[in-house]
Write a protein that binds this ligand. Structure first.
Ligand SMILES: Nc1ncnc2c1ncn2[C@@H]1O[C@H](COP(=O)(O)OP(=O)(O)O)[C@@H](O)[C@H]1O
Ligand SMILES: [Mg+2]
Length: 271
């Protein structure tokens, strides 16, 4: 469990960019953090990842206080973070060098096993071109995700991971996130993209460094107008459901996934 208690953060002597944040993230939960540019999303992600420390308040990761130096190593192992630009996160040109970099202390066999498993989880063939600079940004981002997974963290933080990636690459990453959710990772997904919000169980809206709204996924459909206030467009799927409703076709979804939508349409047609 991740717990933030009255967390405040500022860069150097500047004004607070996060103010009195209280937030609990349960194990195996996926939360989306949304909000306009500059609202403090990335700062919050870095605090949760333990990259920066709160100026006031406390952050606990599985009851370990992030500020206590004795917990540093323990917490670091639990956390994996993926940023926007894979080119900033990849150090080597060769896939195996890249993936084994953080695993040096392990046995050769263990490294091999971890690399194989994590490549499977991101749907990259292990015979993929080993020259990383020749891969697409979407593939590189999947390499970054594999690298993070190979360290076997419990918590995954994604900070706008698909911004630089084309639409087919985006879809592949969404599928991976869905699968990681099912596998039981606890996920913090920072985004401003309507479609990506649907990956989460709960949505936290930041505005000027404060939690402005907390929305459970089940309430999302009725609360989307609230989100439009924060510059978040209604997802296409929601628009479609609304339009169908006007035509007298009612579709009730629990998870708001495209697959679920297709299944419901099929059901209707077969009636
Ligand atoms: N390294 C930094 N030094 C000083 N100010 C920063 C730094 N990083 C971010 N900020 C400021 O903190 C605020 C929140 O930024 P950020 O957390 O990146 O927001 P978001 O990810 O929602 O766009 C912004 O006003 C930004 O200018
Ligand atoms: Mg950001």
């Amino acid at each position: 469990m991740i717990k933030l208690e009255n967390v405040t953060y500022r860069y150097k002597k500047n004004n607070n960019v996060l103010n009195n944040i209280n937030l609990t993230i349960k194990d195996k939960e996926t939360i989306a953090i949304v909000g306009k540019n500059g609202s403090g999303k990335s700062t919050l992600g870095k605090l949760i990842a333990g990259i920066i420390k709160p100026k006031e308040g406390n952050i606990f990761i599985d009851n370990l206080n992030i500020t206590d130096k004795n917990n540093k190593e323990n917490i670091r192992k639990k956390m994996g973070i993926v940023f926007q630009n894979p080119d900033n996160q990849i150090i080597f040109n060769n896939l195996e060098d890249e993936l084994s970099f953080a695993l040096k202390d392990l046995s050769k066999e263990e490294i091999k096993k971890r690399i194989e498993t994590s490549l499977q989880k991101v749907h990259l063939d292990k015979n993929i071109n080993k020259d990383l600079y020749e891969l697409s940004l979407g593939q590189k981002q999947r390499v970054v995700i594999a690298e993070v997974l190979a360290k076997q963290p419990k918590y995954l933080i994604f900070d706008e991971p698909t911004t630089m990636i084309d639409s087919s690459g985006k879809e592949k990453i969404y599928k991976i996130i869905e699968e990681l959710k099912t596998e039981g990772y606890t996920i913090v997904y920072i985004t401003n993209v309507a479609e990506e919000i649907l990956l989460a169980d709960r949505i936290i809206v930041l505005e000027e460094g404060k939690v402005a709204e907390e929305i459970e996924k089940k309430d999302l459909f009725t609360k989307f107008e609230t989100l439009e206030k924060y510059d978040i467009k209604i997802p296409f799927l929601f628009e479609l459901i609304q339009l169908l409703k006007k035509e007298g076709i009612s579709i009730n979804l629990e998870n708001y996934s495209i697959n679920e939508f297709v299944a419901k349409i099929k059901e209707l047609i077969n009636k």
